[in-house]
Design a protein around this ligand. Structure first.
Ligand code: AMP
Length: 251
């Protein structure tokens, strides 16, 4: 069981980034923190998959890149994130999962949040590459509630069926060995620099071992967030809104 402190909903989380290679558990952990802190998970991968499903111009443009494990251009992803951050549910904070993935995205986000009351804090989750491959190729998720399963480490009670809502589980089309290697290439070429970027700001960065039981990882992330928020400037009670975005049209 997660040792969940009673006061997590009273902590003002502000903008939180979960960083790490594909399969480190960003989505699983973001969902748990979302429930605990009462803030939304914003996964750029999920938003792009939604665009793909709805055949929007962005979805059509992203489709091929995503199936090859390559990154979608920064300006398109930034614009999508900007739109999402303007939703009222981001007032107390949010967990960005899978963003930023390039230095350009990180710098863009910093500029966007320059006037926000709380600075962005980043938690990097680290898992050995061989473990990532096993996780990714055995991963299934529920298309309805988003719960993530693994055929060995976290199987559903009934094979192929979501425990929570009975929906048929699906496997992501990019969760194959070939596409995993391409995604790791993108990670090394572009996203590793983002981790260094946040590492350079010690008070905004923490690293946790993701090769442990899910609860243990959640506990480590929660402790890191509480420490980072203590080190950061205290929240301003009347303006908890962590996402006071600068109006930057046409990013
Ligand atoms: P994810 O669900 O985070 O693994 O993302 C799935 C795919 O969506 C990635 O392999 C990229 O093609 C695309 N994607 C997600 N987030 C970003 C981002 N921040 N920048 C560029 N492409 C992204």
């Amino acid at each position: 069981m997660t040792q969940r402190p009673d006061n997590t909903k009273e902590v003002l989380p502000g903008p939180v980034l979960l960083l790490g290679a594909p399969g480190v558990g960003k989505g699983t952990q973001a969902k748990r923190l979302m429930d605990e802190f009462g803030i939304p998970q914003i996964s750029t991968g999920d938003l792009l998959r939604e665009h793909r499903k709805n055949h929007t111009p962005l979805g059509l443009m992203a489709d091929d890149l995503m199936s090859r494990g390559q990154l979608v251009p920064d300006d398109l992803v930034n614009q999508m994130v900007q739109t999402r951050l303007q939703q009222p549910d981001t007032q107390r904070g949010y967990i960005l999962d899978g963003f930023p993935r390039t230095l350009n995205q990180a710098e863009w986000l910093d500029a966007q949040l320059a006037e926000a009351p709380l600075p962005v804090v980043a938690v990097n989750i680290v898992v050995p590459e061989q473990v990532l491959l096993e996780r990714i190729t055995g991963r299934f998720s529920c298309p309805v509630c988003g719960t993530i399963y693994h055929q060995v480490s976290h199987p559903p009670r009934q094979p192929g069926i979501c425990d929570r809502d009975g929906a048929a589980l699906i496997q992501r089309s990019d969760d194959t060995v070939e596409v995993f290697h391409e995604r790791m290439k993108s990670f090394r070429a572009k996203t590793a620099a983002v981790i260094e970027y946040y590492k350079a700001h010690g008070s905004r960065f923490a690293q946790v071992d993701g090769d442990a039981a899910v609860d243990q990882v959640t506990n480590a992330i929660r402790a890191a967030l509480q420490r980072l928020r203590q080190d950061a400037a205290p929240p301003q009670p009347s303006s908890a809104g962590a996402t006071r975005l600068k109006a930057v049209p046409n990013v």
